[in-house]
Write a new protein. Structure first.
Length: 319
């Protein structure tokens, strides 16, 4: 890894440390880095390289994607944010820092950097598998509300510890007019419950996320109350560009399913092709309500679970 800090890749456009490969898409040259986890020392070396204003000036993609192994954490995240503040990676369009020890402290430093104009060209941000909670999400949401990352259209923060307060902060950013270009939001495997999703529904009713195509909220604590709130918003024509809606592994029962089915029957989400409701607590009443809608639907596949017993409904008859 130390060789990276001394290397010069003036025309490099993609740096991928998913299985630790660096590649230059234009010239097809490839530099392989040993297949090992990235720790805080490695990340410090990478940040030293990024702090050089000449090296990697054309980089558009940087990804570290092995969640289970990477342990670079808050300290290295702060070093990375400081490198960004000095003008590193000004042309970056895709940033993926998936590591199990990134937390609120590192996120606050990162948010401060982007608030000062770093990563203005960023379109995709992956921060999966860390320890980012409400405070980290609040810091990010505040930065977004103030105009940071205004080209961002994909945000993935799966497998963190974000709860209702973090979701409320993101909803507040939506209400303030941020995230207009968003096409995909993924917050799977967090701790978001009804209170946070009700706030999200309120923000949606005010015109947020009108370009959103994918919403992934699997494996949270979402129940009937928030699904009913979302269904009401959907019935009014919001999120009409949504194609994928992921709510599996939550606490949705018949009441929430009936509300969602009612919204679909009124023409909500008419571009939807996939909704995942697997491993909830939906019984016969909810399944029947959904099946009735699917008989006239264009959706490709719907997965439903009744008390954790997987059932699959396919609206298309066999050919």
């Amino acid at each position: 890894m130390k060789e990276l800090a001394q290397a010069s890749f003036n025309n490099l456009k993609t740096l991928s440390l998913d299985k630790f490969e660096i590649r230059d898409d234009d010239s097809s040259s490839t530099l392989h880095v040993s297949n090992k986890s990235i720790n805080h020392v490695d990340m410090q070396i990478i940040c030293k390289m990024f702090s050089n204003g000449v090296v990697l000036k054309n980089l558009t993609e940087f990804r570290i994607s092995d969640i289970s192994s990477n342990t670079f954490g808050n300290e290295a995240m702060e070093a990375f944010a400081n490198a960004l503040s000095k003008g590193a990676l000004i042309n970056l369009e895709w940033l993926g820092l998936d590591g199990k020890t990134i937390g609120d402290k590192g996120m606050k430093t990162f948010a401060k950097a982007i608030s000062k104009g770093a990563l203005n060209n960023l379109q995709k941000l992956w921060l999966n598998g860390g320890e980012i909670g409400n405070e980290g999400m609040k810091a990010l949401a505040d930065a977004l509300s103030n105009g940071a990352l205004n080209k961002l259209n994909i945000l993935c923060m799966d497998c963190n510890t974000i709860g209702d307060e973090g979701m409320k902060a993101l909803a507040g950013a939506l209400t303030n007019g941020a995230l207009d270009n968003f096409k995909k939001l993924s917050l799977r495997y967090n701790k978001i419950g009804d209170e946070g999703v009700v706030e999200l529904a309120d923000a949606l009713s005010k015109g947020g996320f009108q370009k959103l195509e994918e919403l992934h909220l699997a494996a949270n604590n979402i129940g009937d109350v928030s699904v009913a709130a979302l269904a009401e918003v959907l019935s009014n024509g919001f999120l009409n560009k949504l194609t994928r809606f992921d709510l599996d592994r939550n606490h949705i029962g018949d009441e929430g399913m009936v509300a969602l089915a009612d919204a679909l029957s009124k023409g909500a989400l008419n571009n939807l092709t996939h909704v995942d409701l697997d491993r909830n607590y939906i019984g016969n009443k909810g399944i029947k309500a959904l099946a009735d809608v699917l008989s006239n639907s264009a959706m490709d596949r719907v997965k439903v679970s009744a008390h954790c017993t997987c059932q699959s409904l396919n609206p298309r008859p066999p050919s």
